[in-house]
Design a protein around this ligand. Structure first.
Ligand code: SF4
Ligand code: SF4
Ligand code: FES
Length: 829
């Protein structure tokens, strides 16, 4: 899109050719009323209030595109009449229950009614019964619904579940006189509104979705609300604490909305989580999994002394990546002072992967981010159960498919109906575990510039190709001579006579013939559909921006070094922009800040993981620590941003900084370390209090800062090894992954997330076996064993058994040897 200049209400506005006028206006702080449009989604024209005049013609600002030199007027007499009528219509039959409505105080219906000055009503229609629906974590009141369809749009264009739609209201028709007499856009909008309410696409009254709550967040009125928040608080009583979600590496912007617990109890409590939904979409864990704080902790001096002693005795600190950058830096400083081994297996695997990748790429970090992925139109995903590893990556994938008319290939061994339902332009290839190298070679083969790729790789790729003969049927035109009888004048007799003549005509004929075609063994190796080449050709039409997203299956793969190098070759020699999913919340931060060891020593202090002495924000250790929602600090996200987070809930105990101070470090607060984060790794020397935390009206993310992607010396060695075809897993395969909305023991601790701990199996798998939901199973292999009950999960398919990590008591990680897939015996107990 080229840069252009348009004029809005006399103001010169710089924008891009083809940008929606509404977005161009917003980016320049010009207000145009708009209700149904959601930034990042397709316009639906449900509200029509965004009418403007562009070059003398009335258009909808949310779907009219900017052209160079365009002149826009945001209000005219006619537009004002339309807007006034639209708001009157929205107020028809809207119950006067603002006093008890959850949205009161932040309701767009209230705001626009006042803004446009609706003080009388010219329209009426008989109301119909519109009773409320209990949709589990959501409550829908059609009586309050203005049918703006924002919920439908968010679910379809952002989230990808497509669980909501408009259904018939069964109302009386509008009085015909309105059609003649009222402003025409207001009438058209009302006519549609009066016929609809919101229902579920599955045709039932049971909402079965990934339960993100985004639809309720975008609802402008009190029609769709989170059940947990219903009648709990007025919006204006809540204090918004700007924060970063602590559950996965997406690092979503959130605000914890807090107020006192009750009249008797002044202690602050989180009542809900909100987000800047125009620019960021949350998953259900971010939205509902907020009460994971370590509550009622007081300073336990004796436990603190023991902790200090434990640090003095220890030679190892074990920790998880659910800590802030500042805490990671404290651990690093303690390591430098006392020579500890810092052990964090998951971050170590990611760190090593990044290191191996950068040997070829020459950069410390992957080059792209989720924003760029969302803007691209051809995406390939490899080595990640994307839906649960990083829900925002799935949203970006879906948004590219729906809004950019994109296409995607999803390579993963676990069949995922949620991914398949994202649309017909995504192809899932459920290859076998341990075939990820073959997938990456296939991507190189299909997309890399062979003139630039190392010649050995080109040669190896060509070894997969051969010619094969196939029989194809084609239709040819064949010449046939037909004898037909015709009447002809006999010149001698002067009479018409029947004569037989020959006529030539071309008729279609199906013939089979043998042709020679390219046979790519990589395609058959990965069990891909026979028509893959045709599908790909169709997918690639009009595609010009490519993203590759890779994930945690690769970091502990037995050939992860080679895989990291292959990934780097793809980024270097093809058009793909690369994103890696860091495994946990702050895996990227930890992998940049800490020098990690592989082996534990003799005595370990654990932070959020069991050890000889355990510090725990879960409240189950030897000394309590604050959880992420009780801390100030920063977290490094998949988008390589250092995002600030603030304390939502009070904490009365000791922190890691207190221990560090007792051991000789000196910092008044943990956030004193923010400006000391290592600049050699791309962090900036900025104090916590100077970090911004907002989005601009143009949607630019101004949260913290982006880490500099520092260059590294590029090795001239670009060699990669061949696919190890001997690696294979036999029957009864288990996979270490979580159900939607669960990530760690912290999400498991929260009250609104109802996914329970157990062994997750697809409905399909259970119906083909003797096993039933609730049965107790023992899963065992040479690495370990676990016993838990079966949970039937309709959000996976196929026969791979999912063992979750969000409940560390299950000890599921003991069953795998790094790589997330393993073979195990599964028996009923
Ligand atoms: S439930 Fe809310 S978001 Fe959905 S159509 Fe009704 S008013 Fe709009
Ligand atoms: S909760 Fe999320 S997935 Fe479910 S209907 Fe709402 S937007 Fe869609
Ligand atoms: S915002 Fe443009 S039609 Fe609703």
């Amino acid at each position: 899109m080229s840069n252009i200049v348009i004029n809005i209400d006399g103001k010169e506005v710089h924008t891009k050719e083809g940008e929606y006028l509404l977005n161009a206006a917003r980016a320049n702080d010009i207000f145009i009323p708009a209700i149904c449009y959601l930034t990042r989604c397709s316009p639906t024209l449900a509200c029509r209030i965004c009418l403007v005049e562009a070059d003398g013609k009335q258009v909808y600002a949310c779907n009219a595109k900017a052209k160079d030199g365009m002149n826009i007027t945001t209000t005219t007499e006619n537009i004002e009449k339309e807007r006034r009528a639209i708001m009157e219509v929205y107020d028809v039959n809207h119950p006067l229950q603002c006093g008890v409505c959850d949205q009161s105080g932040e309701c767009e219906l209230q705001n626009y009614t006042l803004e446009i000055g609706v003080d009388s009503q010219n329209y009426a229609v008989k109301d119909v019964d519109r009773s409320s629906h209990d949709w589990g974590h959501l409550h829908y009141d059609p009586g309050l619904c203005i049918v703006c369809e924002r919920c439908v749009t968010a679910c379809k264009d952002m989230i990808g579940d497509n669980s909501l739609k408009t259904i018939a209201r069964g109302a009386d028709a509008l009085n015909v006189e309105y059609k003649e007499n009222m402003p025409k856009d207001a009438y058209a909008m009302w006519n549609k509104l009066n016929k609809s309410v919101i229902g579920l696409t599955n045709g039932t009254d049971v909402l079965d979705c990934t339960s993100c709550g985004e639809c309720a967040a975008v609802c402008p009125v009190g029609a769709l609300v989170d059940t947990h928040f219903m009648y709990k608080s007025n919006a204006w009583e809540l204090k918004q604490v700007p924060a970063t979600c602590g559950h996965c590496s997406a690092g979503c912007q959130i605000s914890y909305d807090v107020k006192h617990t009750s009249i008797e109890n002044p202690e602050e409590k989180i009542y809900r989580v909100m987000n800047e939904w125009n620019y960021v979409s949350l998953c259900g864990a971010g939205r509902y999994g907020f009460d994971y704080q370590n509550s009622n902790v007081e300073k336990d001096e004796a436990a603190f002394e023991k902790a200090v002693e434990a640090f003095k005795t220890a030679d190892t600190i074990k920790f998880t990546s659910t800590i802030t950058n500042e805490e990671a830096l404290i651990l690093e400083k303690l390591k430098e002072k006392f020579g500890y081994k810092l052990v964090n297996d998951e971050a170590k695997a990611f760190q090593t992967f990044l290191h191996n990748y950068s040997d070829i790429s020459g950069t410390r970090l992957y080059g792209s981010d989720l924003k760029e992925m969302m803007d691209s139109n051809f995406i390939v995903s490899v080595g990640t159960a994307i839906k649960t590893d990083n829900p925002n990556a799935r949203y970006s994938l879906n948004n590219s498919l729906t809004v950019n008319k994109g296409a995607a290939l999803y390579f993963h061994p676990v069949k995922d109906p949620i991914i398949d339902n994202l649309g017909k332009n995504i192809l899932s290839i459920n290859h076998k575990p341990l075939q990820e190298e073959a997938v990456l070679y296939l991507i190189l083969d299909l997309f890399a510039d062979k003139d630039k790729l190392p010649s050995k790789v080109v040669k190896y790729l060509s070894s997969f190709h051969s010619k094969k003969k196939i029989t194809v049927t084609e239709t040819i035109k064949e010449k046939v001579i037909e004898k037909v009888k015709e009447m002809k004048l006999n010149e001698e007799t002067g009479k018409e006579e029947e004569v037989e003549i020959e006529k030539t005509k071309m008729v279609p004929k199906k013939v089979s013939k043998e042709i020679e075609v390219d046979d790519n063994k990589l395609i058959s190796m990965l069990n891909m559909p026979d028509n893959f080449n045709e599908t790909l050709e169709k997918f690639l039409k009009k595609k010009d921006s490519f993203s590759l997203i890779v994930g945690p299956d690769l970091y502990n793969h037995p050939n992860s070094k080679n895989i990291a190098r292959l990934v780097a070759l793809i980024e270097k020699y093809s058009e793909f922009k690369l994103i890696m999913i860091p495994t946990l919340t702050n895996t990227l931060g930890v992998s940049l800040i800490n020098e990690l060891s592989e082996e534990e020593g003799k005595y370990a202090v654990g932070y959020n993981t069991k050890a000889d002495f355990t510090l725990s924000a879960l409240g189950d250790g030897d000394l309590d620590m604050p959880a992420i929602n009780q801390q100030e600090g920063t977290l490094t996200s998949i988008n390589k941003r250092v995002n600030p987070t603030n304390q939502a809930i009070g904490y009365g105990g000791y922190t890691l900084n207190d221990i560090a101070n007792a051991l000789g470090l000196e910092a008044q607060n943990t956030i004193d370390y923010t400006k000391e984060l290592p600049t050699s790794k791309g962090f900036l020397s900025q104090s916590f209090d100077d970090l911004p935390n907002y989005y601009t009206n143009a949607g630019e993310e101004m949260r913290g800062y982006e880490i500099k992607n520092m260059g590294r010396r590029v090795s001239s060695d670009e060699s990669v090894s061949k696919i190890n075809e001997s690696l294979a897993l036999e029957n009864d395969i288990i996979y270490l992954a979580n159900p939607v909305r669960q990530f760690t023991d912290f999400t498991n601790k929260t009250t609104n997330l109802d996914e329970v701990s157990g062994i997750y199996m697809s409905e399909e798998f259970l119906s083909n076996s003797e096993l039933n939901e609730g049965d107790s199973l023992k899963i065992k292999n040479e690495n370990g064993e676990m016993v838990a009950n079966i949970i039937s999960d309709n959000k996976i398919a196929g026969d791979i058994v999912i063992i979750p990590t969000f409940d560390s008591k299950l000890n599921s990680e003991a069953l795998v040897n790094g790589y997330r897939f393993a073979t195990a015996s599964i028996e009923k107990v």
